[in-house]
Design a protein around this ligand. Structure first.
Ligand code: FES
Ligand SMILES: [Fe+2]
Length: 360
């Protein structure tokens, strides 16, 4: 147990919610959203246009034409390039202007472009220094690709809150008993100890609830009538990917480590993209080890999650409102904040490093 006693949540977070980590891969959209039209997205306050060229590859540039500033998303895809919808200036995926229909030479007016990469059914975008972009650093869940696991895609949930408020929530297994009593919560687990660990990729928070009444979710999908051993492992990756590994086995038969009799296991995956300081999109999907070919099971899990994540949204948006209204007000710290506090301190360290690299 590594609780940071006396931790002050407001001290760790102070001021940093107004800045974003740029040297990171974020999810820009679901891959299937990009078809024959260009599509605009705001990410870290930047207006971006994405399009899929005729060769099937995705490109992204800033979403503004340098001529009269029309958003390029109002234009059209021509081959692999993007043509402005006002006077036809045409840009390639490197942001270079390659054609000006009314004159012989294209002007020298390159616009910003972004590295993009498709992975796990999503388009990922690198928002920082392009020389540091490495697709090997994009988050990967091995089970997503393996036999014996079923994948179901959820929604793109818009939450009117800073992304760090979502990260706090996703470092915190204790909230489920209060926010999600009918689905994920379990009254037997209220006092189950929570531990957390600093890792190279973020923070891991764990809670085991042994010999306990099954949660609504476990009852529905695990067919358990009697008590079970359950686990919640919250893997919070820097800067904003959250994987919740949770499940159940018959009492005393093991855990996620050893298999376990009748084990049901789910990876609930959240890919959070900060849009502005007070708006975040949480794209979620889940991967399960039971009835993997039965799509209706994936759908009914999504239904339960949709309810639960809607409950989180309501809480977090209300917290965001009060943060604005009570700007600067000190908050008290509780032991349960230790994991989220550690995550915020790691975010702050990354931000400081990025900021000092920029002024050098
Ligand atoms: S505004 Fe884009 S070409 Fe004129
Ligand atoms: Fe929640």
């Amino acid at each position: 147990m590594s609780l940071q006693k006396g931790f002050r949540f407001d001290q760790e977070g102070a001021g940093y919610e107004m800045a974003f980590i740029h040297n990171a891969w974020y999810v820009a959209c679901w891959a299937e959203e990009l078809k024959s039209e260009p599509s605009s997205r705001t990410i870290l306050n930047e207006n971006i246009v994405l399009w899929r060229g005729q060769d099937g590859r995705v490109r992204a540039t800033e979403n503004v034409c340098p001529h009269r500033l029309l958003p390029l998303s109002k234009g059209r895809i021509v081959g692999d390039d993007l043509q402005c919808g006002y006077h036809g200036l045409t840009f390639d995926g490197n942001g270079g202007c390659i054609l000006a229909p009314t004159q012989s030479d294209a002007p020298d007016c390159a616009i910003k472009h972004y590295r993009v990469h498709e992975h796990m059914g999503m388009v990922w975008i690198w928002m920082g220094d392009p020389t540091l972009a490495d697709t090997n650093n994009i988050y990967d869940l091995p089970q997503y690709h393996q036999d014996g696991w079923g994948v179901a895609y959820g929604d793109a949930l818009e939450v009117e809150a800073n992304y760090l408020l979502l990260c706090d929530n996703l470092c915190d297994p204790t909230h489920v008993n209060y926010v999600h009593p009918s689905t994920l919560g379990n009254p037997d687990g209220i006092n189950a100890p929570v531990t957390h660990r600093d890792t190279s990729w973020g923070v891991l928070t764990e809670r085991l609830t042994s010999n306990s009444a099954p949660t609504g979710f476990v009852k529905t999908f695990g067919n358990y009538q009697n008590k079970v051993d359950m686990w919640q492992r919250y893997l919070m990756y820097l800067p904003s990917v959250s994987i919740i590994d949770f499940g159940a086995t018959a009492v005393g038969t093991g855990s996620w480590k050893r298999g376990g009799e009748g084990r049901i296991q789910v990876y609930s995956c959240h890919f959070m993209t900060p849009i502005t300081e007070t708006r975040t999109i949480d794209r979620w999907l889940h991967v399960r080890n039971f009835r993997v070919k039965d799509y209706s099971v994936g759908d009914s899990i999504s239904e339960q999650f949709r309810i639960a994540f809607g409950e989180d949204k309501e809480i977090l948006e209300a917290v965001q409102c009060e943060e604005i209204r009570n700007n600067g007000r000190k908050k008290i710290g509780l032991d349960l904040d230790a994991s989220a506090g550690l995550f915020r301190s790691k975010i702050n360290r990354l931000l400081r490093a990025e900021m000092s690299a920029r002024v050098r």
